[in-house]
Design a protein around this ligand. Sequence first.
Ligand code: AMP
Length: 398
Amino acid sequence: MKTIKDVNFKGKKVLVRVDFNVPFDSQKRITDDTRIREALPTINKLTKDGAKVILMAHLGRPKKGGFEPDLTLKPVADYLSKKINQEVVFTQSLLGDEVTKLCNNLKDGQVMLLENIRFYPEETKGDENFAKQLSLLGDAYVNDAFGACHREHASTATIAKYFPNDKYFGLLMENEIVNLTKLMTNPSKPFTAVIGGSKISTKIDVLKNLLNIVDNLIIGGGMTYTFRKAQGQKIGDSICEDDKMDVALELLHLAKQKNVNVYLPEDRVIADDFSNNANIQRTKIDEIPNGWQGMDIGEKTIKLYSDVVLKSKTILWNGPMGVFEMENFAKGTNAIAKAVADATEHNGAFSAIGGGDSVAAIDQSGYADKISYISTGGGAMLEYLEGKTLPGIKAIMD
Ligand code: AMP
């Protein structure tokens, strides 16, 4: 793997694609700086080498094709400057004589951030000419934006071809690739995947691909009702995708063929409204009355799922077991978080968690520091688990 670790970039202008797509409050304050913090090891390594660091990033989804004041990266430049204790040069445009001059005038160890790259519609089109113009700003290219590497955009993929001998993975990307490879290539057995979330439709390809590699597939969350209804059970008013019932049955059939043990909930916490203040009952899975909906897995299911997780040597978790954002329905998700943490800490299992809500769920449970690897990429990790080649990774490998 070509990573920045073994190279000294002294005096080089290094173009680095980072993921600075951070959330803001109404006063333009950053409310979660995780993505900025995660890029620091790469930025610090390059500045320590004495490189001239030119950062490329996007923010949100600009629609107009041009500058949008709400989506400027200027506040990120100011924030980053405090984090690295030095000025961050900020440019309002990406191309042109002015920017080229600024890049050429950078001193060794200096950092510059280019304005939101998606202000240029060419970025998301993966435009060759745009990528080529960008490439002229640097002597080397580094991709450290795992969260954006499933996109075939100019700055995440196309640009790499203009650096045939000088393209590298950043430290964050390297860590993601090492861990994902460990997960999906020769994992220690038994391998258990815990897949939850609201809908089966968004996870079909992940589920299908995982059946090729896991021993146990634990299913939780809203998607389980599509399986259970397809099996003829009464699910009351629970969330369900009627048009995916055939897919659910096909997945169960495929699992049988591949000798994968599939676990579905046997009992439920149900509510008479989609609200934390709703009336609550506990029932067996096939006894959800009309007017009630399943909101979390029940005690028996928690025990069953935890036992399987605790016997596993490799665990992948994506998606909550219930409506974990509401306190009364977070118990199942928190219990699984504990089981994954215990399996890692006490049984030496390798545990991996990824996908937006799962990261929020493990943070909320308080067990995050016990997990072997928490991925920073939601969509990117899911596409990797689907077995797809991610354009941002391929572009560096080619
Ligand atoms: P996803 O984005 O597909 O991973 O789904 C995550 C969402 O699924 C979370 O916001 C959960 O609240 C939701 N969810 C989990 N279980 C249920 C359920 N039984 N009914 C409705 N939504 C659910």
